[in-house]
Ligand binder design. Structure first.
Ligand code: AMP
Length: 220
């Protein structure tokens, strides 16, 4: 199965991806995580991406397309994948379609998790992350001890791009550059919509049922 998760920042894509990879054993590729690791490691990719990420802007298409297409051609993705954060523009979606066609594969479905802007701002401005990537929220999912990870005790930090000015910029970028993908995939009959304001468990139940159906259809 070749699946894509789409939605505004803070829709819960990462949370759902974690559960879905467990349910269906799919290799998971999150461009945001790949880029944050590259920045932390000080690689060439990280150097190119950092400025854009800190400003809440998208990294240029030619930088990110190569990274993800290489990953998809690799052994790990040979029997399927779950993409989170890619594609984010129509040129990225076209590049993905072309690459999959060359590999003789096609998308199984595009999962859209929808959340209104004011809820995105509420979620992201309270989000805190540990070094290992565990995510907390100061009001909805606080750690046991303020600003410390429950699991490894490391200091929790706020992502640079989760600051209020940057959140607004990321939302504007989402509406402007990524939302056109909704029509793009709807017209190809690939889009499946989920209400991201429901509880994470509810959203997961709905997505899991849909993905199970997509898998059956793929097998026919
Ligand atoms: P995320 O964790 O998915 O919110 O991604 C964090 C940041 O990484 C975004 O705000 C962008 O600057 C950059 N980024 C991630 N994925 C992409 C992509 N497909 N195209 C361009 N930039 C991206």
């Amino acid at each position: 199965m070749n699946l894509i998760l789409v939605g505004p920042p803070g829709a819960g894509k990462g949370t759902q991806a974690e559960k879905l990879t467990e349910d269906f054993g799919l290799p998971y590729f999150a461009t945001g995580n790949i880029l944050r690791d590259a920045v932390a490691d000080g690689t060439e990719l990280g150097k190119k991406a950092k400025e854009y990420m800190d400003a809440g802007e998208l990294v240029p298409d030619d930088v990110i397309i190569g990274v993800i297409l290489d990953a998809l051609k690799g052994e790990e993705a040979s029997s399927g994948f779950l993409l989170d954060g890619f594609p984010r523009t129509v040129p990225q979606a076209d590049a993905l379609a072309e690459a999959l066609e060359k590999l003789g594969r096609r998308l199984s479905g595009v999962l859209l998790i929808d959340v209104p802007d004011d809820e995105v701002v509420r979620r992201l401005s309270g989000r805190r992350v540990s070094k290992s990537g565990r995510v907390y929220h100061v009001d909805f999912d606080p750690p046991k001890h303020p600003d410390r990870c429950d699991i490894d005790g490391s200091a929790l930090i706020q992502r640079d791009d989760d600051r209020p000015e940057t959140i607004r910029k990321r939302l504007a970028v989402y509406h402007d550059q990524t939302e056109p993908l909704v029509d793009y995939y709807e017209s190809r009959d690939l889009l499946r919509r989920f209400d991201g304001t429901r509880t994470p468990t509810d959203v997961h139940d709905h997505i899991r049922a849909t993905v199970a159906t997509l898998r059956l259809e793929d097998e026919l």
